[in-house]
Write a protein that binds this ligand. Structure first.
Ligand SMILES: [Zn+2]
Length: 381
């Protein structure tokens, strides 16, 4: 350790579990932060300041003005720049003693294993479920600890998934939970990812120092409005397709990228959904018979105005707040433009206990092609 480093890290040296030996351990650590946004900004700042020897940053986005409300790595001069490069330049000013590796690309099934395998610890700072499943699966395959956090409006949650020791992200969410808009849709108070990202950095430093994480088998939930931190036990799901004993989706000793494709596609594939569908013709018949059902349109008001089937309009993003407007006793047929949003909505309604939910296969587009006739009755929006 150089004299400069000795002075720089002097506040660490008298700490139990740290000292000079711990500092050297941090210097040898390689931590990958996936996503350099609201969570990654504080996490990377503190990991850099603490002297983690190698920090990887993966992100394919460029800095936008709307990021600056919470992504404290960036300033107005960075707008339009790749986040990885702007972050690297900022962090090296804070601590020039460390190596920062920028991966200005999107994490995909094809590159996940080859990128992650070079690091000891992974921080998941992404904001969507597909990325989180991909990171979880790749970390399980490679045996890397995965420090996860998610934020939503005024709340956040965090957990640490250790391969072969405790639950994984798929044990927490076996399917994408209900309706899950990201920050751009739902909004987020800027300090919430600041707090959660700092907690991720805390757990990463503990793991790098050889300490146990306090969040293995637990989920920490933070609520900024009433300022509470609550910890819940998270048990491994015995039916988890990824981490349950003897049923591993992967052959862990012979991983290859094709397996990751198989696993992550599970979450997007309408053909694997258990939700029943109804064809436009069958829906037309039900309408003609005046059957007692609710036709739920989960598109946006502008789309509804253009054309509609006289269904009840509740946009998908509002469904988690407005599902009580639907009568649970009645069967529900959901539609959107095609199948994407209706399937999400139908799965959500099933999860929260609606007994009979179907979706219109092909949506209003299929209706227009097969039936043609559009009631187009306006209802107050
Ligand atoms: Zn699992």
């Amino acid at each position: 350790m150089t004299p400069e480093e000795t002075q720089r890290y002097s506040r660490h040296f008298s700490l139990p579990h740290l000292g000079v030996a711990g500092q050297k351990r941090l210097k040898r650590s390689k931590i990958l932060c996936i996503g350099a946004g609201g969570l990654g900004s504080p996490a990377l700042h503190y990991l850099c300041a603490a002297g983690v020897g190698t920090l990887g940053i993966i992100d394919h986005d460029r800095v936008e003005l709307s990021n600056l409300q919470r992504q404290i790595l960036y300033n107005v001069k960075d707008i339009g720049q790749l986040k990885t490069l702007a972050a690297k330049s900022r962090l090296l000013k804070q601590n020039p003693n460390i190596d920062i590796i920028a991966h200005p690309e999107k994490l995909t099934e094809k590159n996940a294993l080859s990128i992650i395998q070079d690091y000891d610890i992974v921080l998941d700072g992404t904001d969507n479920f597909n990325a989180r499943y991909l990171i979880n699966d790749a970390c399980c395959v490679l045996g890397k600890p995965n420090i996860y956090a998610g934020v939503f409006q005024f709340s956040g949650e965090c957990s640490v998934f250790m391969p072969n020791n405790g639950p994984c992200y798929r044990c927490l969410y076996d399917t994408p939970p209900s309706i899950s808009p990201n920050c751009s849709e739902a909004g987020v108070l800027g300090v919430v990812p600041g707090i959660m990202g700092t907690i991720q950095a805390t757990e990463a430093l503990k793991l790098a120092l050889g300490q146990c994480s306090s969040l293995v088998g637990k989920v920490l939930r933070f609520n900024a409005l009433n300022l509470t931190f609550e910890t819940f036990t998270l048990s491994a799901n015995p039916d988890c397709p990824l981490c349950s004993n003897g049923q591993s989706f992967y052959d862990l000793s012979h991983h290859h990228s094709q397996e990751l494709c198989t696993m992550t596609s599970l979450n997007n594939d309408a053909s694997t959904s258990t939700i029943e569908y109804i064809t436009p013709q069958a829906l037309k018949t039900l309408m003609e018979q005046n059957s007692d059902f609710i036709l739920l349109d989960v598109r946006e008001p502008e789309e509804y105005e253009e054309c509609n089937l006289a269904g009840l309009l509740i946009p998908l993003r509002e469904l988690n707040l407005r599902h009580h407007e639907l009568d649970k006793e009645k069967s529900i047929i959901v539609h959107c433009r095609m199948d994407g949003r209706s399937l999400q909505a139908a799965e959500f309604l099933c999860q929260i206990g609606f007994p009979t939910v179907k979706y219109l296969k092909g949506g209003i587009v299929a209706w227009a092609q097969e039936i043609g006739d559009m009631p187009n009755i306006s209802i107050p929006l």
